[in-house]
Ligand binder design. Structure first.
Ligand SMILES: NC(=O)c1ccc[n+]([C@@H]2O[C@H](COP(=O)([O-])OP(=O)(O)OC[C@H]3O[C@@H](n4cnc5c(N)ncnc54)[C@H](O)[C@@H]3O)[C@@H](O)[C@H]2O)c1
Length: 351
């Protein structure tokens, strides 16, 4: 008899709820651990029933003193970035088959990464992924597939923007008065536009890889910072990137743009393709044209929980060996490279 996949989610906040629900949708058994008993209560009585209709009694909730250890197929770390690597190291020692680390991977000082990588050598069987879920969503999988097949000829440049006023994040965290009460308000803790919207840098890197751009060789970055009470964060982070093949492209991330703009564009020698994330309540938009043909506009239906369901489906494929980690957009290596770019950017800005 096949055993049910067992999942432990650490962090019962916004992402912890999404990851739990997606795992339950897969039919997996889930336990959730949070250091704050109030967060566990909020998950059970507010966030989960409000988002997904009702609480699921099969989900078991624990504080760290009672945390079950060992025997998990998957461990997902959905805490703020400044505690991630410490928890990741502990989770790795439990030898899960797959370890999901939320984005951004860590703090810009890269604390804990070396130690984690050393421990990882002792766990060759553990697949480590970073939760840049957009890249495994249906619309972007389709877009990446077209770039790989050279549908638009040779890709000449790539642009990605994740420009999202963080009022959306704060409305999902009604218990927070403002950025100063959370890691979000502190670039040093992995918050600000650089860390929080690093989906854009990640997507650029992934699409550059599938377009055959070669590795990133040069980055120029500019940030705009803001101080609010004792918080300090970049509300705008911009990057110009150059790769080994000489290709140049651009990434913009901010926490001030409203309405939200989540957008990617690839210009090829024989046409272009654009992705507009959440273009309408129905889902994401793909708009493309092969030179000499009609422009195509195609809605790819999705609701917010589907973003994370696509991610758990991807994990099943990784665990079943249908996808190799090196081919996964979510590989640790890509997540690490994104974090290094952000880290170098802050240094260059004199931080
Ligand atoms: N992939 C996505 O689209 C997406 C969406 C939302 C959030 N995130 C990421 O997820 C991370 C968390 O964001 P969030 O909005 O869920 O935050 P949150 O504040 O809502 O939840 C984080 C939870 O972690 C708990 N926690 C903190 N330290 C802990 C510890 N040592 N042990 C156990 N629990 C601990 C907190 O008590 C809190 O309940 C961030 O890095 C964020 O960028 C990603």
């Amino acid at each position: 008899m096949k055993m049910k996949t067992k999942v432990k989610v650490i962090g019962a906040g916004s992402i912890g709820n999404h990851l739990t629900q997606a795992s339950r949708r897969m039919g997996w058994d889930v336990v959730v651990v949070d250091a704050d008993p109030k967060a566990l209560e909020r998950m059970k009585n507010e966030i989960y029933p409000q988002r997904y209709g009702k609480w699921d009694e099969s989900i078991k909730l624990y504080t760290p003193d009672k945390e079950p250890k060992g025997g998990f197929d998957i461990i997902m770390i959905g805490t703020p970035p400044d505690v991630r690597m410490k928890l990741a190291l502990e989770a790795l020692k439990e030898n899960p088959k797959l370890l999901h680390l939320e984005k951004p991977l860590c703090t810009p000082d890269m604390k804990g990464v070396l130690e984690f990588n050393e421990e990882l050598k002792k766990h060759p069987g553990t697949i480590v992924v970073v939760g840049y879920d957009n890249a495994v969503g249906s619309a972007l999988v389709e877009l990446a597939g077209m770039l790989e097949k050279k549908t638009f000829g040779e890709i000449l440049t790539l642009d990605v923007e994740f420009r999202e006023h963080w009022r959306g994040i704060f409305s999902a965290h009604s218990w927070l008065a403002g950025p100063w009460e959370t890691y979000l308000g502190y670039w040093k803790r992995g918050g600000g536009a650089g860390g929080e919207h690093s989906h854009a840098l990640h997507l650029w890197k992934y699409l550059a890889d599938v377009s055959g751009f070669g590795g990133i060789t040069d980055v120029k970055s500019f940030f705009d910072f803001k101080k609010e009470r004792d918080a300090e964060y970049d509300y705008l982070a911009t990057f110009l990137l150059k790769t080994a093949s000489g290709k140049v492209g651009r990434v913009i991330q901010d926490v001030i743009t409203f309405p939200v703009k989540k957008w990617a564009r690839a210009q090829g020698s024989n046409g272009f393709i654009e992705w507009v994330g959440n273009a309408s309540p129905e889902g994401d938009l793909l708009r493309y044209q092969i030179e000499g043909s009609e422009m195509v506009e195609k809605m790819v239906a999705k609701k917010r929980p589907d973003d994370f369901y696509c991610e758990t489906l991807h994990y099943k494929d990784l665990l079943d060996g249908k996808i190799k980690l090196a081919d996964s957009p979510l590989s640790l290596d890509r997540g690490l490279e994104v974090m290094k770019i952000i880290s170098e950017g802050y240094k260059a800005a004199g931080k």
